[in-house]
Design a protein around this ligand. Sequence first.
Ligand SMILES: [Zn+2]
Length: 135
Amino acid sequence: MPRRLLNFLTALSLLVCLAVCMLWVRSRSRTDEFAWHSQSGNDPASATKWYLMSHEKGWIEFYRAWPRDLKVTAGHAIVAGAAAVLPAARLAALAVGTVLTRRRVKGGLCPACGYDLRATPGRCPECGWEAVGVG
Ligand SMILES: [Zn+2]
């Protein structure tokens, strides 16, 4: 998967997670309803109606009224948790990568491939990595 698409999906997931958390907090005191309509052609009867409701009782309901009824209901925590999986996984991968790179550099290994650099400090004969400012 191209990195730009992955970054976009991560940002979108994070945004959805934050929005659901905000709705979750608001759901303690009120029910929010978002509705929109999409119509193809000139026939208003063929308009598709969409609703997203954040209920006061702690759950979210997604509803599409046309052409077929579709209703999905889930708790705020489940939706927020599902949206947080990708950003959390990316953050964990970044942390693990940083720790591994630091360990390699401390141990005199190439930060890119882990090759032993004691014989050629500043340049890796295995992968071609070069330290900045050495040479
Ligand atoms: Zn290397």
